[in-house]
Design a protein around this ligand. Structure first.
Ligand code: URA
Length: 477
């Protein structure tokens, strides 16, 4: 047995160097082992072989390297062996990574998917608590990710909370941001993180006020907010009580008159009216201001039935902007774009196209959810041309602030919003279209279209075409 010792669980460069040396020295996967830290137990007497001067150099597809970087973050003990088996097999099967039905490829892809999901959950479920340290205010969170995604996910929090000082403590390691530099430290324990503060009360109030008993779906709730994360979420303490009350609250809601805008909205409205927000001269100068102003938008009637306006999200200088149609049921409740089923399709396709969603500004052509009630459900309705035109004002404001180089319009409504004309998606998809501000647009299908294709084979073909369009957008950058 040949043994390579890696510095730590996610030591990708160490694994890469060792695996390269193994393969060059002709060490078959059954004779190769990877250990973390000093092995020192005497079981493994042959150490890492050094490739001789005559060893043939080799290269591997980028798709493998990208996948391996993700898979190494998976908690499974055999992930390093799996990756080496793939690397070894690539020697004789250069197209192996394209064989998605291969057992090793499928296992690696599945693990990468789990890692991506764990990173996504971390973005959604980290809750900071405020403390004071010698330098002033610091926000500290305790989080237990399903996989080792702290380093991968920390840059997202840097972008989100650039102006705050914060630390995220986890059993795998900690990440800290001091306003200028991101650093990683040793593993932490829950006891090292503060447990309560007034911000929790805010979260609880917010959650209780957005919790809609008429749409209670405990199964969906559990899959979106898995119970393993509940213990660190202040609002989770409210769930059993809110669930128990839901039948009573539904009746009360049905009987109650339509709600008045809440106090915050009323304040925003009056401030924006006072500042002339609806006058000719108003133009939001930041994305935050735009977000506030959208909450007060009365450019078309869609605001009446929506929970809130949902603006775009992403880096404020993203090079790529992706535009959907309008928020769906889940987005309307959460206040974030593409967090429901269509969002999951989009996330997977972006990943496959080699695009990090964290680098993309994701938004919609229309900012309020248009729907009609059907029993307890709210059924999506396509916005009409007048509504899309009214909302183009906001989309153009987002474009002016973000200044993307490429804008992907997903579906006819998004294309109408971006290009200000009716577009036949099937005819115009997949190619760069010049826009007056120097950016390029690229039209493709909407992810919900993929969700609606009943036949699995046809769905797979369309999904590949969608990924190909996203790759084309990436190439335009
Ligand atoms: N569909 C969209 O077009 N946008 C969303 O945000 C969600 C679903």
């Amino acid at each position: 047995m040949r043994v390579a010792v890696l510095a730590h669980e996610t030591d990708f460069e160490g694994w890469r160097k060792a695996a390269r040396a193994f393969r060059q020295a002709g060490v078959a996967p059954e004779r190769a082992a990877f250990r973390i830290g000093a092995s020192g137990d005497g079981l493994f007497d042959e150490r890492l072989p050094l490739a001789g001067p005559g060893a043939a150099p080799f290269s591997v597809p980028k798709a493998f390297v990208d996948l391996a970087r993700e898979v190494i973050l998976h908690r499974s003990a055999d992930r390093l062996d799996l990756l080496y088996r793939l690397l070894w097999r690539l020697g004789g099967e250069p197209d192996l990574m394209k064989v998605v039905t291969d057992i090793d490829v499928a296992a690696a892809v599945e693990r990468a998917r789990n890692v991506s999901r764990a990173s996504h959950k971390m973005k959604a479920f980290v809750r900071f608590r405020r403390i004071e340290d010698e330098a002033g205010e610091r926000w500290v969170a305790w989080f237990e990710p399903a996989h080792r995604v702290v380093e991968k996910t920390a840059p997202f929090f840097v972008r989100r909370f650039t102006s705050l000082r914060w630390s995220i403590l986890t059993p795998d390691g900690s990440a800290s941001w001091d306003g200028e530099q991101l650093t990683f430290g040793p593993p932490a324990t829950r006891a090292m993180a503060p447990s309560e503060d007034e911000v929790e009360e805010f979260w609880k109030t917010y959650y209780a006020s957005t919790f809609n008993p008429a749409r209670l779906k405990t199964k969906a709730m559990r899959s979106e907010m898995p119970q393993r994360y509940w213990k660190n979420l202040p609002e989770a303490a409210l769930i059993p009580e809110l669930v128990a009350q839901s039948a009573v609250r539904t009746e009360a809601m049905v009987a109650a008159p339509a709600p008045e805008p809440n106090a915050r909205l009323a304040r925003t409205l009056s401030r924006l009216n006072r500042d002339g927000a609806f006058g000719e001269g108003f133009a939001p100068s930041t994305l935050d201001e735009l977000d506030q102003a959208v909450q007060a938008c009365r450019r078309c009637p869609l605001w009446r039935d929506a929970t809130q306006g949902v603006c775009g999200e992403g880096p404020k200088r993203a090079r790529l902007m992706i535009v959907g149609e309008q928020p769906g049921d889940q987005e309307d409740l959460a206040g974030h774009p593409f967090v429901g089923p269509a969002g999951r399709v989009l996330d997977a396709a972006l990943e496959q196209a080699g695009i990090d969603r964290g680098d993309v500004f994701v938004t919609n052509a229309v900012k309020h959810f248009k729907h009609e009630p059907r029993g307890k459900r709210r059924l999506h309705k396509t916005p009409n041309t007048a509504e899309v035109s009214a909302c183009r004002w906001w989309l153009e404001a987002e474009r002016r602030l973000v200044r993307p180089k490429v804008i992907v319009a997903m579906g006819g409504t998004a294309a109408l919003g971006v290009l200000a004309r009716k577009v036949a998606v099937t005819r115009e998809r997949g190619r760069g279209i010049d826009l007056s501000d120097g950016a390029k647009a690229l039209v493709t299908v909407h992810p919900s279209f993929l969700l609606r294709i009943p036949d699995a084979a046809a769905r797979a073909v369309e999904r590949d075409r969608f990924v190909a369009d996203l790759k084309q957008a990436r190439a335009l950058l």
